[in-house]
Design a protein. Structure first.
Length: 312
């Protein structure tokens, strides 16, 4: 075949197959779809190694759950059966949001556990007002690819910024950063969601809960929930007259931090008479370094600090 003919009739790309199984259930009013992806290493339905992925889809939003796991299959991957179930977790705030999830593969009467998750937080219209000491951030602005929230963490006014970017068809990666008085950090990044609708329609509930610390007001629990408007059924006679304050939402907790340490006007003097306070020696000393900077004391001992932190 000539080169001109080969350009006119390019070879088709090799086809790589995967098989998606869907299981449905309802948890505290929230309709959930669990998608189990079965992917052969060879791309074909042959005996060999397979990767299993799990994701949760509700209200047009899909996110990954659990770590990918692998199994060696000698059966047809297109004719598998799974056992998918949930049961309530321990006491949660808000109530009725915490679930434990289990996914088993059943083949010829033998069950193999694939996935287990004990921190699945999802519900329809949970009562966040029941968390009496929570401080909620308020949505201030929605722009092209970001949402800005303002909230008080203790006495400190903090800005939380959610940003998103489309990475492929309907797939978006999200990040969250905070800033207070010119200092901030990235809390998470590259958190991925597959959306059926407009990403601007997905909003977040961000709040903090103080806990005992020295000095008072220095430590907080930070929680980030995703929320999406849940369409009311047109066949339900109770929804004949829909008012704005009757809107219903599906909530999912997507991130947490139990040691968010920030505060405003902290009273370090209350730590007691045994505390010895340091004093500044003046303006900082500027050191000019080559680019890139050489290895120094801090770079070489980072792993040691990490080991000490994990030990204690």
């Amino acid at each position: 075949m000539s080169s001109d003919a080969s350009r006119r009739n390019p070879r088709p790309l090799p086809r790589h197959e995967r098989y998606i199984y869907t299981y449905r259930l309802v948890a505290n009013g929230a309709p959930l779809h669990f998608l189990i992806s079965v992917e052969p290493d060879t791309g074909k339905p042959r005996p060999g190694k397979y990767s299993f992925h799990l994701s949760l889809k509700t209200n047009g939003i899909e996110r990954s759950l659990c770590e990918t796991t692998t199994r060696i299959l000698g059966v047809d991957p297109r004719q598998l059966n799974f056992v998918v179930f949930m049961f309530p977790g321990k006491a949660s705030a808000p109530a009725g949001c915490l679930w434990s999830l289990r996914v088993w593969l059943r083949v010829n009467g033998v069950d193999h556990r694939l996935f287990g998750e004990d921190e699945l937080w999802v519900a329809k219209d949970p009562d966040f007002n029941a968390i009496g000491d929570a401080s909620f951030a308020r949505l201030r602005n929605i722009d092209g690819g970001e949402q800005i929230y303002h909230g008080y963490v203790g006495k400190a006014l903090v800005t939380f910024t959610i940003r998103w970017e489309c990475v492929s068809n309907k797939l978006y990666k999200y990040s969250l950063m905070y800033e207070a008085s010119g200092v901030g950090d990235i809390l998470f990044e590259d958190f991925r969601l597959r959306l059926d609708g407009d990403p601007r329609a997905v909003t977040f509930l961000i709040f903090t809960i103080p806990y005992v610390s020295m000095p008072t007001g220095a430590s907080h629990k930070l929680r980030v929930w995703l929320r999406s408007l849940f369409p009311l059924s047109s066949t339900d006679p109770s929804t004949s007259y829909v008012l704005p304050f009757n809107d219903s939402y599906i909530y999912q907790r997507i991130w947490k931090c139990d040691s968010f340490k920030i505060g405003g006007r902290l009273e370090f003097e209350t730590l007691g008479p045994k505390m010895t306070m340091g004093f500044s020696s003046g303006m900082p000393e500027m050191i000019v370094m080559p680019n890139p900077p050489p290895l120094d004391l801090h770079r070489s001992t980072a792993s040691i600090h990490k080991e000490i932190k994990e030990e204690f």
